[in-house]
Design a protein around this ligand. Structure first.
Ligand SMILES: [Zn+2]
Ligand SMILES: [Zn+2]
Length: 265
């Protein structure tokens, strides 16, 4: 039994790790194509981001693996396979419930981790990325990784969800974790400006959290930030992209690019 749980945890770690490498790798490649020079001079930082992220993947796999094992062998959790087990309208509602619950958990644990003493111990690692890149999605200290790793495995005991909808939640989680850090907006303008953007979090919002070190603590929605008066609005990438173009002109990569970044800071 212990061996089966261990195998399940390892399999989950592997899935999370490979998923991270594929999604972050794809968006890092898209960044090179769309904004060449944006990550110039950040190779040491990006290597650190990958190392922390893969360590986080190992941690994420443990609760996920235990719950997956219990689901398969003991019928744990409220995950259901037949979409008709609940009324169809519940499927999109369950996805929103998961996103909102995750967002709530993230907002409050994230705010807690910005208490000076906790920050130094648990969250400074994530903010060492200046500016973060597509590889920073899971660049967390193990303590922060644990807070992130337990929430979905906990929710599946509390809120019924179809297995396909759970896959969608995990896909949204992965894509938002990467795109929120990659230094440019991949989403259409309405998602970060205007009445819809006023309630959603994308790169323009989270990048400002990394710039200011305070405020904009949310993950998917601006609900808690707005309610608790911690919303600092959305930033833009105009300056960063102008600097990237300048670095690119000075000579792509190499010493000139790195020197350009140091000079710019
Ligand atoms: Zn933070
Ligand atoms: Zn971040």
């Amino acid at each position: 039994m212990l061996l089966a749980i261990l195998a399940s945890a390892l399999a989950m770690s592997l899935i999370v790790g490979v998923r991270y490498l594929i999604v972050s790798g794809a968006f890092a490649a898209a960044t090179r194509a769309k904004h060449p020079g944006l990550y110039t001079g950040l190779s040491v930082q990006m290597r650190r981001e990958v190392a922390w992220s893969l360590a986080s993947a190992l941690i994420y796999g443990v609760p996920a693996g235990i719950v997956a094992w219990g689901w398969k062998t003991l019928g744990w959790t409220q995950i259901y396979a037949d979409i008709h087990a609940f009324p169809l309208w519940y499927a999109p509602v369950s996805v929103l419930l998961y996103l909102f619950a995750h967002d709530t958990w993230f907002y409050w644990t994230h705010r807690w981790m910005h208490q000076p003493r906790v920050f130094k111990l648990a969250h400074a690692v994530h903010h060492e990325s200046r500016p973060p890149t597509a590889w920073a999605a899971m660049a967390f200290h193990p303590i922060e990784a644990i807070t992130g790793a337990v929430i979905i495995p906990l929710l599946v005991f509390l809120i019924p969800i179809n297995i396909g909808c759970l896959g969608l939640v995990l896909a949204i989680m992965t894509v938002m974790g990467v795109t929120n850090h990659m230094g440019w907006e991949v989403f259409p303008r309405f998602m970060w400006k205007g009445p819809v953007g006023a309630w959603l979090i994308t790169a323009s919002h989270h990048q400002r959290h990394h710039d200011l070190y305070r405020g904009n603590y949310g993950l998917y929605f601006r609900f808690w930030d707005r309610l608790c008066d911690t919303d600092k609005g959305v930033g833009d990438f105009v300056k960063a992209h102008a600097q990237a173009r300048l670095r690119q002109r000075r000579g792509s990569g190499g010493v000139a690019g790195a020197a350009g970044r140091v000079g710019d800071e």
